[in-house]
Design a protein around this ligand. Structure first.
Ligand code: ZN
Length: 274
C-alpha cells in the first residue's frame, strides 16, 4: 500500500505547519477491527490490514502515541503526538488490533460499555451488527500492557435523553464497574453516539472523570474544555493517503476539493499578509 506523493508531502510537514502548531494532537477514533483484509461489515469498522498499515505509517514517520488521560496535562505532547481511541470495547480489537499496537510500541485508549463486558453489544445501532465484547481478563491484560481503559456508560446510553439520576447511574456506574474489574482508577470517558449536553458534561464531572471525548471533529487545541475533546473518525474505506490527510488536517472531510480550498485560503492569507 502506497501513499500518494502529495499526501506524503503534507504528512512530512504535519505537526510542524502553522495549521497544526500548538493545536495537536489529533485524537483518532476507531470502533471494530475486522479480521485480515476482508472488507469491513460497517462504515465504522476498519480491516486489520488497514489498521496495521496506518500504525506502520505513523511509526515510520516518527509519530508516537499518548493515552487520553495524558491529555489533561498537555505537557507531554510533542508536535508528532497522536492519540488512538477505540469506542465500545469490541472483542475483535483484542483479536485483530492489540498485537499490532504492541509490536509497534504504541498505546491506545478503550472506551468500554461496562454492562456488556464479556457479552455481546446489546444496544441498537443503525448500520453496525451485534458483536462480541471484550471480557474482564482481556481488559486487565490490556491495562497491564500499558493500554488505558476508559468508560462509555453501562448500556451505551443516549445521555441527553435521560433524567439526571439515570445519567448518573450510567456515568458513575460505568466508572465503578470498570474500577472494580481493573483495580485501578478510571478517569477517561467517551459520550455514546457523541451526544452530550450540559447535564451530561456535569454528570461526567461529578463522577470524577478528568477527560471526556466527543465525536466533534478537530484538533485537541481547538477546544479548551477537557470534557469536550474532539476526535477524528477513521472509516472502513479510508485508504492510506486519506488517513495521512486526516492526521495532517484533523478533519474527517479530507477530499481533494476541500484540500484545494484550504491551500487557496493559505495562499490568500499569505498574500494579504495574514
Ligand atoms: Zn459507542
Amino acid at each position: 500500500m502506497v501513499i500518494d506523493p502529495l499526501s506524503q508531502r503534507l504528512l512530512n510537514g504535519a505537526g510542524l505547519t502553522p495549521a497544526s502548531q500548538g493545536r495537536g494532537p489529533v485524537v483518532l477514533m476507531y470502533h471494530s477491527i475486522t479480521s485480515g483484509d476482508s472488507a469491513p461489515d460497517s462504515r465504522w469498522a476498519v480491516s486489520e490490514k488497514s489498521f496495521r498499515e496506518q500504525l506502520r505509517l505513523l511509526k515510520s514517520e516518527g509519530w508516537h502515541t499518548v493515552c487520553v488521560h495524558d491529555l489533561e496535562q498537555r505537557k507531554a505532547l510533542t508536535p508528532k503526538s497522536v492519540v488512538i481511541t477505540f469506542d465500545d470495547g469490541f472483542a475483535d480489537n483484542y483479536e485483530n488490533g492489540l498485537a499490532h499496537l504492541l509490536t509497534i510500541g504504541f498505546k491506545a485508549t478503550w472506551f468500554v460499555v461496562s454492562g456488556d463486558v464479556g457479552g455481546v453489544s446489546r444496544w441498537r445501532d443503525n448500520d453496525a451488527p451485534q458483536r462480541p465484547m471484550l471480557n474482564g481478563t482481556q481488559l486487565r491484560e490490556m491495562a497491564a500492557a500499558g493500554m488505558e481503559i476508559g468508560a462509555h456508560t453501562r448500556t451505551h446510553a443516549r445521555l441527553i435523553e435521560l433524567d439526571q439520576s439515570t445519567i448518573d447511574d450510567e456515568v458513575r456506574g460505568s466508572r465503578q464497574d470498570l474500577e472494580d474489574m481493573l483495580g485501578h482508577p478510571v478517569t477517561s470517558f467517551a459520550y455514546p453516539y457523541g451526544r452530550f449536553n450540559e447535564a451530561s458534561i456535569e454528570a461526567v464531572r461529578r463522577a470524577g472523570f478528568r477527560v471526556a471525548c466527543t465525536t466533534r471533529t478537530g484538533w485537541l487545541g481547538s477546544e479548551p474544555d477537557p470534557l469536550r475533546v474532539r476526535r477524528v473518525a477513521v472509516f472502513a474505506n479510508d485508504d492510506l493517503s486519506t488517513f495521512a490527510r486526516k492526521i495532517v488536517f484533523a478533519d474527517t472531510n479530507v477530499s481533494w476539493s476541500r484540500m484545494a480550498r484550504y491551500v487557496t485560503s493559505r495562499i490568500t492569507s499569505r498574500l494579504v499578509g495574514g
